[in-house]
Design a protein around this ligand. Sequence first.
Ligand code: ARG
Length: 578
Amino acid sequence: MSMSIKQQLAAELGQAAGAALGVVPGDFQWQVTAANDPRFGDYQTNAAMLLAKVLRRNPRELATVIAGACEGLPACARVEVAGPGFVNFHLSDQWLGARLLGQQADPRLGVAAVPEPRRVVVDFSAPNVAKPMHVGHIRSTIIGDCLARVARFVGHEVITDNHIGDWGTQFGMILLGWKQSLDAARLETDPIAELLRIYREVNEHAKSDQAVLQACRDELVKLQAGDEENLAIWRRCVDLSLRQLREIYATLGVGFDHFLGESFYNDRLQPLVEDLLSSGLAEVSDGAVCVFFRDVPELADKPCLIRKQDGGYLYATTDLATIDHRISEWRADDIWYVVGAPQQLHFQQVFEVARRRGARAQMVHVAHGSILGQDRKLMKTRSGDNVGLREVLEEAVERARGVIDGKNPGLPEAEKAEVASIIGIGAVKYAELSQHRMTDYVFHWDRMLSLQGNTAPYLQYSYVRVRSIFRKLDDPGAELAAAVAAAPALADPAERVLALQLQRFAEVVPEVLDGFTPNALALYLHELARAFHSFFEACPVLKSDGPTRAGRLLLCDLTARVLRQGLDLLGIEVVERM
Ligand code: ARG
């Protein structure tokens, strides 16, 4: 199994220094981190300081013993003690070069598979039927897709499930509007917009007219009681919305294994509530059914409502039934909910009830913030509506087209259209993924489409630039064969910096899942691209020859592959020319 530099160095350090100090393997977690200042070497450890407390010895003295024990390791060119007891490792160029060869030969580019794969359900996107998927849903969709991709890549068994809101009180209004003022033609061309129009129209009337409100309630009750006509209308609404949603997902390149919406759980709600009552976990309070958390301080005054006085079930009830299904049918070990931060209380309550019922899966609310317009308020259209996701994607592609027309006017028409779509959609995704998910970020067209800075177009352009080197070779196959025949010497400092950065891919990818932070991978790729550009300026590739040229081509090939693989984990495609 492949190990990252961090893991390998920690293992070798543990063995050598552990033996020298008499520390039993397993008694202490030997750890190294990448040094953030090259003056302090490539990696460092603070193990001496941690051990000093346990062993009651002087940390600098311990550091000296550790450094001495590591001197002879093949990984290390030089080991020094610094400050109060840090040990700094300067890696051997030869060792680093050999690792690059290993990375080159590995289809996973050095990223190890997890030793114990888990079955992970990722719940993301989940828009509500008959309401447009707005730009806020993009956060859940893009982050969720990225986490699913990374989890799969490191070897987990991933099930993606789109828990669409297809059974809410909004259907009372939609049913009434459908019967009174449906524009059938518009329903064909843009179903989500037409459903939204009738929903809004009825909603307006219901605000001022009690009779309308009552009529909506009657329609909803009929639907819930299984009225044939209303069920048929509801089914059409769901079908039409799903059809349009699938188009958007296709444009985004986002896939789901399941679309089990809220309605899927309808007939499981009553038995679930009865079970909660009979087991004593829930109780009747003012005619409603609630679960109280009297012993959980933050939730003491926040019971979870699972059946209303009028007998209606709630969002939480459905989520509890959903957890049962995911655990019993899918054998989920983990369930990740990629949903906006305002739903934090909801998930806290639902997870608590589920745990009391014995659910053993690890459930995590992977929360995210909002997207802001350039006025730093929630992003809205001029008329105050949520901005539609479809419109955003269309505009992104159009604007990307402008960028390409400026940069490479000679590109053939068909290629321009394809490139524009990849650049535009990549830009929107990267603007999201390069931020910490909890940050409220400003949606800024010019910034996200810029060819400079921390953007997708910059990374895609970097990829194009590396690939263009290979197009200039007379015989790329033969050159690449020569490049992998021997480890690169890494004589130039810029080559070494790039090599270390390439090797860090194996460290960064698994870290994305530690805190659910795709932005760590985005930042890494940005730094990789910058290291490549510095290397490319300092180290001529095509004008060099012999082993120097072979070593540089190896670095170029790996850079292209890590960029492409890394972007793929973010859900972003690359192009060969732009
Ligand atoms: N439909 C919900 C909304 O748009 C999100 C659902 C998230 N998933 C879940 N299992 N509750 O707010």
